[in-house]
Design a protein around this ligand. Structure first.
Ligand SMILES: [Zn+2]
Length: 503
């Protein structure tokens, strides 16, 4: 059977590092990129007798995350020890949560390509500590002569978010991850940098025949370092499982790793079950009681989330779905948009400038949307200058770029660089005549019916005025002048025919 004869069943486990200043159970700093083992203490090194103390900020962030993911927040929760032996885990157990996580039974909504939306359930989101980081002498653990351990990461707070097995395609998996990242960025609990490892994802995947009720045997995939890799790894793994099942083989429950360069998944180890970890309540930490006032207060700190903004942009501001989706998925962009539209109410024009020129500049300069040098007031001011005919749209792009790089006011940029639009017909007519005289061939083409030749002529006039000409007036003047030349052309060829006939 081809892959299309199977239903793909996917569940994702996402690990997100919280952006707290200190670690989960000690006061060590959490800065990324510090000298190895410079941010450690007896607690996060697991020295005997050291006792953990819960970081209340990390708990607040966990509750905020749970609320943004529509979860129920536990009234009483608890930490458990998860036992395993690995050099990056100095205590030989990780403080995690087992049967009483802080957050359960939530959901996020994703927008599918056909325009419908789908809710993906969140089974749980729990709080745990990070392990340290192994640095191998070679390119990987196999073939390395030795490995070094950096415990700076050990004990950084981490939330594990477990989705229901409700994802039905690799593409849906990518959409779910993008939505999750958007929500986490909105709440500012994490910087979600996959390249720095502050957001990581493991995927479970199994296949079952369409009419089947039982889930198939799953494999778990690790080591994917971008959302695109998650999609690619799942596509590969679905094909692999289908081929194996078709040839009469059996899927064995296992953990596989994604090889980005080869584009394949490969066997890593047999998959552990919960029993292998021998969870038990951590006797060093008392159960955590969360009172409803705390949850209520944190709920009030939540910003308006992207789904609600998207709806408002479409219904109230009349933005197309595409624009509304792109703007609402970034909190800084959404806030910039709203502040601009408050001052200049052509929402679609604002959206065009933000999604076009601004995003181009942000991408080109590798800038952060949250750290723009210019303000919504300045953008609104510039758009009003275009409407008033002080500058044209093309010069607007130059002005925006200067605002983006310097934070200067648009009026100051226009004055300093002499960018005021030329709308004086007399002045423009002289330039139009010069351009027509200098481009006889193009004029000839136009007169012979090649209408698009006029675009070149407009371009020449704009060039002659360094982009400052009022394009409407230029168009008008060019058409007038060309019409004049057309009629004089027709007259002279009629004269010519007449003369010929007389001979
Ligand atoms: Zn420490």
């Amino acid at each position: 059977m081809p892959l299309s004869d199977y239903e793909i069943v996917i569940g994702l486990e996402v690990h997100v590092e919280l952006k707290t200043e200190s670690k989960l159970f000690c006061a060590c700093a959490t800065n990324f990129g510090a000298a190895p083992n410079s941010q450690v203490c007896p607690v996060c090194l697991g020295l005997p007798g050291a006792l953990p103390v819960l970081n209340e900020q990390a708990l607040d962030y966990t509750i905020i995350t749970g609320l943004a993911l529509n979860c129920e927040i536990a009234e009483v929760s608890r930490f458990d020890r998860k036992q395993y032996f690995y050099p990056d885990l100095p205590k030989a157990y990780q403080i995690s949560q087992y049967d009483q996580p802080f957050c359960e039974n939530g959901w996020v909504e994703i927008l599918l390509e056909d325009g419908t939306s789908k809710r993906i359930g969140i089974i749980r989101a729990h709080l745990e500590e990070e392990a340290g980081k192994s640095v191998h002498s070679g390119s990987g653990i196999l073939g390395s002569e030795y490995s070094l351990e950096d415990y700076n990461r050990s004990g950084i707070p981490l939330i594990e978010i477990v989705s229901a097995s409700a994802i039905r395609s690799p593409k849906e998996a990518k959409l779910y991850l993008e939505k999750l990242k958007t929500l986490l960025e909105y709440t500012r609990v994490s910087d979600c940098k996959m390249e720095e490892g502050s957001l990581r994802c493991d995927a479970n995947i199994s296949l079952r025949p369409w009419e089947g009720k039982e889930y198939g045997v799953l494999t778990e995939i690790k080591n994917m370092n971008s959302f695109r890799s998650v999609q690619a790894a799942l596509e590969y793994e679905a094909e692999r499982q289908a081929k194996l099942l078709d040839s009469g083989g059996k899927i064995v429950k296992q953990t596989r790793a994604w090889d980005e360069n080869k584009g394949i998944t490969f066997f890593m180890r047999a998959k552990e079950g919960a029993g292998d970890y021998q969870f038990f309540p951590d006797p060093d930490l008392a159960p955590v009681v969360i009172d409803s006032d705390r949850v209520k207060k944190l709920r009030q700190t939540l910003p308006e989330l992207p789904d609600s903004r998207l709806k408002r942009y479409i219904e109230f501001w009349g933005l197309p779905q595409h624009d509304a989706g792109l703007i609402s998925c970034s909190r800084p962009l959404a806030e910039f948009f709203e502040a601009t539209v408050d001052l200049y109410d052509e929402a679609k024009t604002v959206s065009n400038w933000l999604l076009g020129e601004l995003l181009r500049l942000v991408y080109q300069e590798q800038a952060e949307l949250a750290e723009l040098k210019f303000t919504p007031e300045q953008l609104a001011q510039m758009l009003k200058m275009i409407d008033a005919g002080i500058i044209n749209g093309k010069i607007g792009k130059t002005v925006l770029e200067t605002m983006f790089k310097t934070g200067m006011d648009p009026e100051a940029i226009v004055a300093e660089r002499g960018l005021t639009q030329i709308s004086d017909s007399g002045q423009l007519k002289t330039i139009v005549t010069e351009v027509l005289n200098a481009n006889a061939k193009t004029v000839g083409d136009y007169l012979e019916g090649k209408e698009q030749a006029v675009r070149f002529l407009v371009g020449q006039v704009m060039k002659g005025t360094k982009g400052k000409a009022n394009p409407e007036i230029v168009n008008q003047l060019l058409k007038q002048e060309l019409a004049k030349r057309r009629s004089s052309n027709q007259e002279s060829s009629a004269d010519h025919r007449e003369k010929k006939a007389k001979c």
